[in-house]
Design a protein around this ligand. Structure first.
Ligand code: ATP
Length: 94
């Protein structure tokens, strides 16, 4: 959660610094919301699973892995979109 929050702050600062346009802000904010919301749901599922079944259980492990995979997919897609939006502006600046 802290890592994703830091990445969100970095993306917002980069957007301000590079003066990205309106539609680019929309996409960046959607990506940030998607990753943070899935991270919160993942954490909620972990807490729910641990309180319902404190012991080791393959089904609990599978549920946690699937919830974590959802966050990973959103984070990877967001990283690709971030490179696509910020990459050209950063390269042009350098
Ligand atoms: N009760 C359990 N039974 C079986 N496997 C489990 C169990 N608890 C955790 N695992 C396995 O360990 C992995 C890590 O679970 P854990 O609850 O420690 O999440 P985490 O590493 O704290 O995740 P996050 O960093 O998102 O908080 C799970 O993805 C799952 O594969």
């Amino acid at each position: 959660m802290w890592l994703h929050s830091a990445a969100a702050v970095l993306a917002i600062l980069l957007g301000i610094f590079l003066h990205i346009g309106g539609w680019q802000w929309c996409i960046i904010l959607i990506c940030i919301a998607m990753v943070l919301a899935l991270e919160i749901i993942n954490t909620a599922i972990e807490h729910l699973a641990d309180s319902l079944h404190p012991g080791w259980d393959p089904q609990i492990g599978l549920v946690k892995d699937l919830a974590a995979a959802a966050v990973l997919v959103a984070a990877v897609i967001s990283l690709i979109i971030g490179c696509w939006i910020f990459g050209p502006a950063l390269i042009a600046m350098l």
